[in-house]
Design a protein around this ligand. Structure first.
Ligand code: 3PG
Ligand code: MG
Length: 396
């Protein structure tokens, strides 16, 4: 596919700088969701099996170039040791004399975690000097951080030009799955896009109507489309100033032959809270004092029909206020239909984005999708058709 993998590298006795994304949630100092950590374990294991030493490079949070103890990677060491089944040493800098000494002392079989790359302002500036200092620490650069590949930083982009570079196992899996879903899909191809705002997913929708056969629009952004069609949306979340844009997207879909599915019925409530009293009305009949919090059962049935007729699904964003039951019904129904079709081999299903993955897990079907991306912003930018700098640097 134009980039090297770990299989193309001679790793024996080599120091491998493995860029990972372990930007995971912490609660009371402990990792509360270790998904991203578990997903990098195969690269660590493969490097070790080939006799290489693993040196982990990663960012954590957004310390903006300052050393901020709240954003140290050190508290992640126990979770890393559990996931890798090996001791993980820690060095309080990702470059310079301390890091060089830590690397020099590293024994085969040990893993070294270097402190947050973003403690240096030069990281986000993609400073060649910082990349050169990090390059001194390794013989090979392996990027396994697809979810940070939309950032052109020293450790994600610059470094790839200074050492023999390859993609790690997770990067490989992400790129293969995404390629299969959008670049070379089995058709019909359906995209489900939800979430709050049209404005944040404008480029995404514009790209998708050119590529997909069906586009299902849900969540808060569907309200913007309904309003643009002259339908009442009451007190719903709605970007009225995006009406022209929404109409442009609908018009573009007509020229590309993309079928757009918008809610035909909606679940409305007067309060934005779990268990709020609610009713289902036609999408033309939202009362002035009510807000739309989910798609209704007729819409859910129409979505199921679209999914049943599809061969590939790409999903980003929930269909309703899924964090407030019962307004998770349309999201759950679509998730379950997609999972069932996937399990029976009829559908290739790919999903990404933090909210989306949370919604699928809440529906109990996270494990049944063909592929769940670890990426949020990078997944979105990839769906928008953008080149991700961290990926592009590997292909040069
Ligand atoms: C993420 O969690 O989205 C990635 O680690 C990238 O982080 P960033 O959005 O702070 O660049
Ligand atoms: Mg992000």
């Amino acid at each position: 596919m134009g980039w090297n993998t770990l299989d193309d590298m001679d790793l024996a006795g080599k120091n491998v700088l493995l860029r990972v994304d372990i930007n995971v949630p912490l609660e009371n100092g402990a990792v509360s969701d270790d998904t991203r950590i578990r997903r990098i374990a195969p690269s660590v294991a493969d490097i070790q099996a080939q006799g290489g030493k693993v040196i982990l490079l990663a960012h954590f949070g957004r310390p903006k170039g300052q050393v901020d103890p709240q954003m140290s990677l050190r508290p992640l060491v126990p979770a890393l040791e559990t996931a890798f089944g090996a001791p993980v040493l820690f060095c309080a800098d990702c470059r310079g004399p301390a890091a060089q000494a830590a690397v020099a002392a590293l024994q085969t079989g040990q893993i070294l975690l270097l402190e947050n790359t973003r403690f240096h302002a030069r990281e986000e500036r993609n400073d060649p000097g910082l990349a050169a200092e990090m390059a001194l620490l390794g013989d090979i650069y392996c990027n396994d951080a697809f979810s940070t590949a939309h950032r052109a930083h020293a450790s994600t982009e610059g470094l790839a030009h200074l050492l023999p570079a390859c993609a790690g196992r997770l990067m490989q899996a992400e790129l293969t799955a995404l390629e299969q879903a959008l670049a070379q899909p089995k058709r019909p191809l359906t995209a489900v896009v939800g979430g709050a705002k049209v404005s944040s997913k404008l480029e995404l929708l514009g790209n998708l109507v050119e590529k997909v056969d069906h586009l299902v629009i849900g969540g808060g952004m569907a309200n913007t489309f309904l309003a643009a069609q002259g339908k009442p949306v009451g007190t719903s979340l709605c970007e009225h100033d995006m009406a022209d844009t929404a109409r442009d997207i609908l018009a573009k879909a007509q020229t590309t032959g993309c079928q757009i599915l918008l809610p035909s019925d909606v679940v409305v409530a007067r309060e934005f809270k779990a268990g709020a009293q609610h009713e289902t009305v036609a999408a033309t009949a939202c009362p002035a004092d009510a807000m739309i919090l989910d798609a209704g059962p007729a819409t859910a049935a129409a979505m199921a029909k679209v999914l049943q007729a599809s061969k590939t699904l790409i999903w980003n964003g929930p269909m309703g206020a899924f964090e407030l039951p019962p307004f998770d019904a349309a999201t759950n129904a679509a998730a379950q239909t997609a999972a069932t079709l996937t399990k029976s081999g009829q559908l290739i299903s790919v999903a990404g984005g933090g909210d989306t993955v949370a919604a699928l897990n809440q529906a109990g079907v996270g494990a049944d999708f063909s592929y769940i991306s670890t990426a949020g912003g990078a997944f979105l930018e990839w769906m928008e058709g953008k080149t991700l700098p961290g990926v592009a640097a590997l292909t040069q």
